[in-house]
Design a protein around this ligand. Structure first.
Ligand code: TMP
Ligand code: ZN
Length: 410
């Protein structure tokens, strides 16, 4: 039985998703025999409401010099980060010699805005290849994992930070107490930590079970984040729902007593009670919904196969690994997956070993159906792929429900 790393209570396994490879472990054929697997199970801690993985994968297996995800691969996400950075610069970094740190800075998409504005900044990024891309854009980046030692080094070599930012990063950090201890060291007395991650309430409401994978050690709610951070002298002073990643939450954190909390914090707290995020029953129902989603997707793909239609996957996302392996979808149902990231081309999807090909092959010729694994970028993708629908192609999604989208005539 797993004990919750935040509060020490027993973690109840609630959604078992089976034997799973690394979500971003896109591999070559010669590496099939040594592929790494673990048991992917979502767990719920009734003690502090923290939803988390029951089994964790060692971090070096996930974040390394061949990390295949680049923030800049989505133009909408790049716009989202630009708007956020401009707001932070305006509201928090107007004083001379202000200093901002981003944890998990990836290819520097967010920090680049500060770099261009001449604001002192530093990214902390453990995956060497993406860190190198950031450095090549003139974004100051250190390649390492963030912890208390890293925080001390940053304070010694630069200064304490006015703002510490993190996007889709904290939920990847297994040792939350070490993370919070690092934030204590790094933050100025009146500084703020602002972080955003996929929001548990949206995952449950939309049955977005593909958000569950090795890298996402935690599935945060306001309740669980409050419990965790209050143990380290921090409080949440604002929450701002975001549309990104199918529903995220941005949390603004300050040292206890330093800033007044907005009324949104109470509003969100009440919403979470209504959503039942504290109740084990909610997670049992989620498991029922996840199984139903799987059954419906398999049935749809098998039906399409019987009609001899061509179905390909669109975007070899980390999320797709959970869906493909949980539903046991292989090349008999899905011909290949098209993706824009060169490092993934010629490789195979983790576990089910579906070939990943360049976007060119998506167009030549178009398939009958495309299973949209990047459903969180649906607007952006459907708009730029209008020619696919004009050629008679149809999109399949599975979030919030399994369906063929009706865009053919638009
Ligand atoms: P992620 O969901 O794991 O963050 O990865 C997104 C993947 O989707 C990444 O490999 C790039 C790919 N992608 C496309 O192939 N086409 C697109 O239009 C978009 C937005 C993403
Ligand atoms: Zn707990």
């Amino acid at each position: 039985m797993k004990r919750c790393p935040v509060c020490g209570s027993a973690v109840e396994p609630v959604v078992p998703l089976g034997r799973m490879p690394l979500a971003n472990g896109f591999l070559r054929q010669e590496d099939f025999p040594s592929e790494y697997f673990f048991q992917l199970t979502l767990g719920f801690c009734e003690g502090c409401a923290m939803v988390q993985l029951v089994e964790n994968v060692p971090r070096e297996k996930m974040f390394h010099a061949e990390y295949p995800f680049f923030t800049a691969s989505s133009t909408r996400m790049a716009e989202h980060f630009r708007a956020w950075a401009e707001q932070v610069a305006r509201e928090r970094l107007s004083a001379p010699r202000s200093f901002v740190v981003e944890i998990g800075s990836n290819d520097g998409t967010l920090l680049q805005v500060f770099a261009t504005a001449g604001i002192s900044h530093l990214g902390v990024e453990p995956s060497a290849n993406v860190a190198a891309v950031a450095q090549s854009k003139g974004v100051n980046t250190v390649c390492r994992f963030f912890d208390e030692k890293a925080a001390r080094d940053i304070v010694r070599e630069h200064s304490e930070a006015d703002a510490v930012l993190a996007a889709n990063c904290f939920c990847h950090i297994q040792d939350l107490h070490t993370l919070a201890a690092g934030l204590q060291v790094l933050l100025k007395p009146k500084g703020v930590v602002i972080f955003e991650d996929p929001y548990l309430g949206d995952i449950i409401e939309r049955v977005a079970y593909d958000q569950i994978y090795d890298e996402h050690a935690y599935y945060f709610s306001l309740a669980s984040v409050t419990h965790w951070l209050s143990r380290h002298g921090f409080e949440i002073v604002d929450v701002q729902p975001q549309a990104t990643h199918g529903g995220s939450m941005r949390y603004v954190v300050a040292r206890c007593g330093e800033l007044n909390a907005t009324s949104q914090v109470d509003v969100q707290r009440r919403k979470e009670t209504t959503l039942g995020l504290h109740s084990p029953e909610t997670y049992r129902q989620l498991n029922v919904n996840v199984r139903r989603s799987r059954d419906e997707l398999i049935e749809l793909l098998q039906r399409l196969k019987r009609h001899a239609t061509r179905v390909v996957g669109y975007a070899a996302t980390s999320k797709s690994t959970t869906v493909l392996n949980y539903c046991r979808i292989s090349t008999d149902l899905l011909e290949f997956i098209s993706d824009t990231t060169p490092i993934k081309h010629g490789r195979f999807s983790p576990g089910m070993h579906i070939p990943v090909r360049s976007h060119k092959e998506f167009q030549a010729p178009y398939p009958d159906y495309a299973l949209l694994f990047a459903w969180n970028h649906a607007d952006e993708i459907i708009e730029k792929e209008r020619a696919f629908c004009q050629a008679g192609g149809q999109w399949i999604t599975y979030v919030p429900r399994v369906e063929v989208l009706d865009y053919a005539t638009s």
